[in-house]
Design a protein around this ligand. Structure first.
Ligand code: GYE
Length: 344
């Protein structure tokens, strides 16, 4: 992932604050920042706190493709309400063109901050430049963009997807460390071109390369949905006699694939071992029943952190250029224990 260095972050924030001052739609905050043209210190005593009710956040969501996404949307909506921040929420139905339209509409409406979870990594420079020219700071949540110019956004708040892929690969490598025969793996990728699909693929590939018996025999997108996960798994089963392992980039695709595996008369978790990512309730339920063997957690509850970042950005405080969410992993046994307390 691209990271802004400390200096870059300070520069980006300074520009942001200067621009905020220029467009003057942030409820009259940032007096100190406006006068000096510098970001207020993290201690906050140099900046004026803008009242949450005077902040409008435009948020462009990917869609409603998975259990993870629904939990993420709820977290953002609930947290905005709790913080008292006005939220303009837009659902892009997994289409980049819809997200670009939503961002342009937020710019037109002169929201104070734009946040969005980019459906794919590429193709954002033009619209991000438009936001920058309008003096509206942009916060990336959940998914990253591949823009070379990191001054186009203030921070990226979300998981380390490469690390998630590595965790999946490490568990598998450990399971098959003494294998003397080839282990055939199939992979259900997330949405083509999305950061989690690209990164979960590369992190996993990097680790399994360490064991020559771990063979990826098929890999295709299931678009992060149950329906597509089922459909692609059916095709995998048709084309390949001997599948040992399924690695699905999210629980929903794994759950769809489980239906296909059962329909083919095989036992998920036994005949085909399954690894997935997310750890939403339905995934954890399947894991506790032994149908999914290992889940790498990806936390969707980004709302509270996002609202804090929005408030800080408006107040001219310094924010980290990269905020990584903390996550763990679950075996079937651990899933059984954790399930009763799972919030999403
Ligand atoms: O894993 C998947 C969702 O971007 C982390 O998107 C998110 C992914 C999540 O559709 O279920």
């Amino acid at each position: 992932m691209k990271k802004l260095g400390k200096m870059g972050a300070v520069l980006a924030l300074t520009l942001t604050v200067m621009m905020l001052g220029a467009c003057g739609n942030n409820g009259g905050g940032n007096t100190a920042a406006n006068e000096t043209g510098k970001a207020a210190e993290a201690s906050g005593n140099g900046g004026t706190k803008t009242e949450a009710k005077d902040i409008t956040l435009g948020f462009s969501q990917v869609g409603a493709e998975s259990g993870w996404r629904s939990a993420n949307t709820k977290s953002i909506q609930d947290s905005a309400k709790e913080a008292g921040i006005t939220l303009k929420f837009s659902d892009a139905q997994q289409k980049q063109e819809n997200q670009i339209k939503a961002l342009r509409s937020f710019i037109q409406q002169k929201v104070d901050v734009i946040a969005f979870s980019p459906v794919v990594e590429s193709g954002w420079d033009t619209v991000l430049k438009e936001a920058k020219d309008a003096g509206i700071p942009v916060v990336l949540t959940d998914r990253a963009v591949d823009s070379k110019d990191t001054s186009l956004y203030v921070t990226f708040l979300g998981s380390d997807f490469v690390e998630e892929g590595r965790k999946a690969g490490q568990w598998l490598s450990e399971q098959y460390k003494d294998a003397s025969e080839d282990i055939n793996i199939v992979e259900l990728q997330g949405t083509t071109g999305s950061a989690p699909a690209n990164d979960r693929m590369s992190g996993f590939a990097e680790v399994i390369a360490g064991n020559p018996h771990l063979k990826m025999i098929a890999s295709q997108s299931g678009d992060f949905t149950r329906a597509k996960g089922k459909e692609v798994m059916q095709a995998f089963l048709k084309a390949n006699k001997d599948i040992d392992v399924l690695y699905a980039h999210n629980d929903d695709m794994a759950l769809g694939a489980i239906q296909a595996i059962e329909a083919a008369g095989l036992k998920p978790g036994e005949d085909i071992r399954i690894i997935s990512v997310d750890a939403v309730k339905d995934g954890m339920q399947a894991a506790s029943e032994g149908k999914i063997n290992f889940i790498v957690e990806c936390n969707p509850l980004l709302g509270p952190q996002l609202m804090q970042v929005v408030q800080d950005v408006v107040d001219g405080k310094q924010v980290e250029a990269r905020i990584v969410t903390e996550e763990s992993t679950f075996t079937s046994e651990q899933a059984k224990e954790a399930l009763p307390n799972r919030q999403y």
